[in-house]
Design a protein around this ligand. Sequence first.
Ligand code: UDX
Length: 433
Amino acid sequence: MKITVIGTGYVGLVTGAVFSDWGNDVYCLDIDTNKLNEIKKGNMPIYEVGLKEVVLKNLENGNFKVTSDYALAVDHAEIILICVGTPSNQSGAADLSFVYKVAEQIGQNRKKDDYQVIVCKSTVPVGTNNEVRDIILQNTTNHNFDVLSNPEFLREGSAVYDANHLDRVVIGSDSKKALDTMAQIYEHLDTKIVKTDLASAELIKYASNAFLATKITFINEIAQICEKVGANVKDVSLGMGLDTRIGNKFLNAGIGFGGSCFPKDVEALHKTSSENLYDFKLLRGVLDANEDQRIFFTKKIFSKFGENLSGKTIGILGAAFKKDTDDVRKSVSVAIIKDLRGAGAKVKLYDPIALENAKHELGELSIEYSADHKDAFTNVDAVAILTEWDEFKEYDYVSLSTTMRNKVIFDGRNILDKSLMQNNGFEYYGVGV
Ligand code: UDX
């Protein structure tokens, strides 16, 4: 199929690359020509396992092309996917200005009479696709198109894998023709395609992310209870997760959820509820408890060293909001580092790949970026683990501790074995263990 993807961020670039790999003829459009030139050279703007290989392969065979020319890209496609960002604005609502701008451009650049399906993959509040339709109609005299919602469920870090192993595809439209056209892209996959109306498709995305965020928050609150009653949240999580009705995923207690999706999507769904005169109390609780979870962890460090951390240096393992990504947007690690700096501490930060992005967020004040993880253990009063990178589980903590001032570990992701650490002479603080 002939497809155009607008926006080469996480969603757009992965979608464009994977669709081209499935044999479709894809144009990826972005207004940032520097970015496009780098992509053409094989330099990906994001770190995503396997993405570079897929892009290079399909650049070479001609299935994947990039352009900044709207006329060319819009004219090319049977299906146009809108994949631009929808950041939260100050009120917590999704900022849709990029989506609206793209809809305007699509309308203005529609030339041929051929039928087109315009798809919103960006996470947008319920009702946005109708607005997209109206904007396109206002900007074109050619009305031979339908809008369709096809929400994205890819996880950062494993997005290319996920795209080929989808749990389900959700497509929503008021037009059967649009649903049938869009379904063709996915028909070769062994996955269930849920066909529904526009509003339901839009809501499925928010409901899914809000539910997962709630599940994480639930186990985080259980971790709090575990600490009070002397239980171990890892065992509680294991015991709960074996019930197939509950499932074992997203039951890892820690410092709270972050990233570009969960905080924004929970906030946006809460906002949608309020705007529709419904008070979604559970979601407000989730947002508050998630904030508290970070504070709860930082307070463990304060309890050990006092609330004035002047003269103290804390080694930090992990800046990314989760493992296998260089993304630090809404990373709880970044927020904790700010808390520690605010209390006067110096920080030595190591992350396998997110240091550059962390630098943009955190600057140079009271922070040393460690190219080697050993530096984060050298002359520090404690080490805090804030991202669950696999390599952090493999370190020889006993030999690394020889350069630490104290053998103190704050494990915000519960990746180490408490008894083992204690038997090796560490003062160990996990979350709910
Ligand atoms: C999420 C959804 O999973 C995905 O379907 C959607 O398309 C985009 O949003 P992502 O933001 O990439 O994906 O990360 P995810 O793996 O879901 O983790 C989100 C946050 O929750 C991270 O900060 C992670 O560390 C945290 N988390 C996750 C936990 O604290 N505990 C868990 O058990 C799982």
